[in-house]
Design a protein around this ligand. Structure first.
Ligand code: XMP
Length: 509
């Protein structure tokens, strides 16, 4: 185990990714974790992350006393290095010239023996800092220099404490992954045997211990996280895990049967299917305001799920929480403004008095996908685009009626089918059709038409926080447009949304 002490850098989670890529397990913890607590966790090394503060400021975040005296190898990155410097009696000052971007690192003979073994003598690194080390603490020497600073890489080899002013975790630093790998393997002596297979063994063992012979209930939506979590539970405790799949009436075409076949027949999960589509659609009738739609869907879902949970007698609730959600609560990021209320099952566990099981809480999204593939879940399901909880209700702008719902289902299905045929589905972060709240005039044959308008949306994104509209080939757009207008009664116009996020959001509501 490697612990990453998080000083709030936007790159902290990347450090964790790189360490895990070196097959070493690591966890991100708050920067002020106590020395006692670290001892009980017994890590083989500590990495201090970067951060936005300046160590000499009054309210700057600091290490807890004694952390550098635990006789555990330490690597400080950027702010982490400056914190080490100040704690051990050196000094840090504001740089006359802030340094962002590439710099050329020249490695010293000493550096080659430590962090930089088997690398080139000179390579480019990525800097992002406003402060610099003025004086090194006693016992420290330079291992690498750049034209801007003689302390770009430093070490106290006797005490096994290292520091880098640049960021090895970003891909712009050549050999960054090898530097971190050298630290965890050569200096911390981690064996490097962490893999998804170990993870499955450990996670299933932990689940069994935690739940004993009690029942666990969990909602599945057909999305990646809930599917993988459910299949992992099935592997750990068999039919002691009971999945509930609620059809809320605003799922995509054939999704209700597809999810059932996948979960029950292909993955062998004990699944209760609740067709509540009529209940949901009755509640949504006449509603046009997006947040009201979200609230109705969220609350109705909670009511139904609560009913199922009570009837089952379960004592535990499965949640597909991922590591980024956990990190958010550790980090120093301020609360951001609520643009849309995304979490439609919030408050569920407290209300029902169930204990939480969160077997994916240590994994990143791509690790969840790898886990899913190893668990034998089909690829199409693993690489599925995310689908919002309120489903098609927030893609039917204006009123939701049965007719409008079936128009949108067909249009969406044609669009997605054509994207898959063109081999583009996986390159796209999310793609879907939207039914607009207006009608347009057209001409079909010799007749004037006045019908619905479909907008197509496809975006490239990794984190869904920002996104670029996807540059779709014109011939594909043409095919999709022709098919939608010809095959779906009641639609006479198709448009393509060329707005990025920001300023647009991915969904239209
Ligand atoms: P926006 O539209 O905010 O979407 O750019 C970002 C991502 O979140 C999804 N989304 C939702 N997911 N409940 C959900 O579970 C919601 O109410 C909701 N609204 C948006 C959206 O599909 C995209 O992936």
């Amino acid at each position: 185990l490697i612990l990453i002490l998080d000083f709030g850098s936007q790159y902290s989670h990347l450090i964790a990714r790189r360490v895990r890529d070196a097959s070493v397990f690591c966890e991100l913890v708050a920067h002020d974790i106590s020395a006692e607590k670290i001892k009980t966790l017994n890590p083989k090394g500590l990495i201090l992350s970067g951060g936005p503060a300046s160590v000499y400021e009054n309210d700057a975040p600091h290490l807890s006393p004694g952390v550098l005296d635990l006789d555990i190898p330490v690597l400080g990155i950027c702010y982490g290095l400056q914190e080490i410097t100040q704690t051990l009696g050196g000094s840090v000052v504001a740089h006359e010239k802030k340094e962002y971007g590439y710099a050329q690192l020249t490695v010293s003979t000493l550096g080659k023996e430590a962090l930089f073994s088997d690398l080139e003598d000179d390579f480019s690194v990525w800097m992002s800092h406003g402060d610099k080390i003025h004086q090194l603490p006693e016992g420290f020497v330079d291992c690498g220099t750049t034209s801007n600073t003689e302390h770009a890489a430093v070490a106290n080899i006797e005490r096994n404490i290292y520091g880098l002013q640049f960021h090895p975790e970003v891909t712009h630093t050549k050999f960054g992954t090898q530097i971190l790998s050298n630290f965890v393997h050569e200096i911390c002596h981690c064996v490097g045997d962490w893999s998804m297979k170990n993870f499955i063994e450990e996670a299933t063992e932990e689940i069994r211990k935690m739940v004993g012979d009690e029942l666990v209930i969990g909602a599945v939506s057909g999305g990646v996280d809930s599917t993988v979590a459910a299949v992992l539970m099935k592997k750990a405790i068999g039919d002691q895990f009971q999945a509930v799949f609620v059809n809320n009436g605003v799922l995509r075409k054939d999704e209700d049967t597809e999810v059932q076949i996948r979960m029950r027949d292909k993955c062998g999960v004990h699944l209760t299917y609740v067709d509540a589509s009529e209940e949901f659609l009755a509640m949504l009738a006449g509603v046009t305001e997006p947040e009201t739609k979200r609230k109705i869907i969220g609350n109705t879902f909670i009511e139904i799920f609560e009913r199922e949970a009570k009837a089952s007698g379960a004592k535990f609730l499965l949640q597909g929480t991922l590591y980024p959600d956990v990190i958010e609560s550790v980090s120093h990021k301020g609360p951001s403004a609520t643009i849309k209320t995304h979490h439609n099952v919030g408050g569920l566990p407290e209300k029902m008095n169930l204990k939480l099981v969160e077997p994916l809480r240590l994994l990143f999204k791509d690790e969840v996908r790898t886990l899913g593939l190893i668990l034998g879940i089909e690829e199409d399901s693993i690489y599925r685009h995310p689908f919002p909880g309120p489903g098609l209700s927030i893609r039917i702008l204006g009123e939701i009626t049965n007719e409008r719902l079936s128009v949108l289902k067909e249009a969406d299905s044609i669009f997605i089918h054509e994207l898959r045929e063109a081999g583009l589905y996986r390159q796209i972060g999310q793609a879907f059709a939207v039914l607009l709240p207006c009608k347009a005039v057209g001409v079909m044959g010799d007749f004037r038409t006045y019908e619905e308008v479909i907008a197509l949306r496809a975006v490239e994104t990794t984190d869904y926080m920002t996104a670029h509209w996807f540059n779709l080939p014109y011939d594909l757009l043409q095919r999709v447009s022709t098919r939608i207008v010809n095959e779906i009664r009641g639609v006479n116009r198709v448009t393509y949304d060329i707005t990025s996020k920001p300023p647009g959001t991915i969904e239209w509501e």
